[in-house]
Design a protein. Structure first.
Length: 151
């Protein structure tokens, strides 16, 4: 029976789908268009959205997440700023996570900002604290999500 099933699958006469269990996702981003984009990508999962540092910290302290997506620039004035405003950017959340090693230990953390300099600072800080974190520029994020959490 397995041989027949395998053959039918290879001939595309049947499909084999192994649905994954729903996951818990935290998104830190101020852009409502991205909120919608993430809702589409994680339909059927639990998605919590924080638009600022304080809200993200509250959610991270209260719940457990499989995936955490962090944006760096959380206000329009951050987008092309010459100086850093670390306490009001995703960097503050990265610093907070680094200072609280008991929280979100098993989470996959992706920094998805278009601000490469800010992203690399966040990833470096998170990795120095022993966390698994990577920078994925937003235009490449859909493919990475598919690879990690395919439905």
């Amino acid at each position: 029976m397995r041989l027949l099933h395998s053959l039918l699958s290879k001939l595309c006469l049947i499909s084999i789908n192994a649905d994954r269990h729903p996951i818990r996702v935290l998104l830190l981003d101020d852009d409502v268009r991205r909120h919608s984009w993430f809702r589409t990508r994680f339909k059927g999962d639990s998605l919590d959205i924080a638009e600022n540092v304080g809200a993200a910290q509250e959610m991270l302290a209260a719940g457990s997440y499989d995936a955490i997506f962090l944006d760096h620039d959380l206000r329009p004035e951050h987008y092309h700023a010459k100086s850093s405003d670390d306490e009001n950017t995703g960097y503050a959340v990265a610093l907070w996570l680094s200072s609280n090693p008991g929280l979100q230990q098993a989470s996959t953390i992706m920094v998805h900002t278009r601000n490469a300099d800010g992203a690399m600072r966040m990833v470096e800080l998170l990795r120095q604290s022993g966390r698994s974190a990577e920078y994925v520029p937003f235009p490449l994020l859909a493919e990475r999500i598919k690879r990690y959490w395919q439905r």
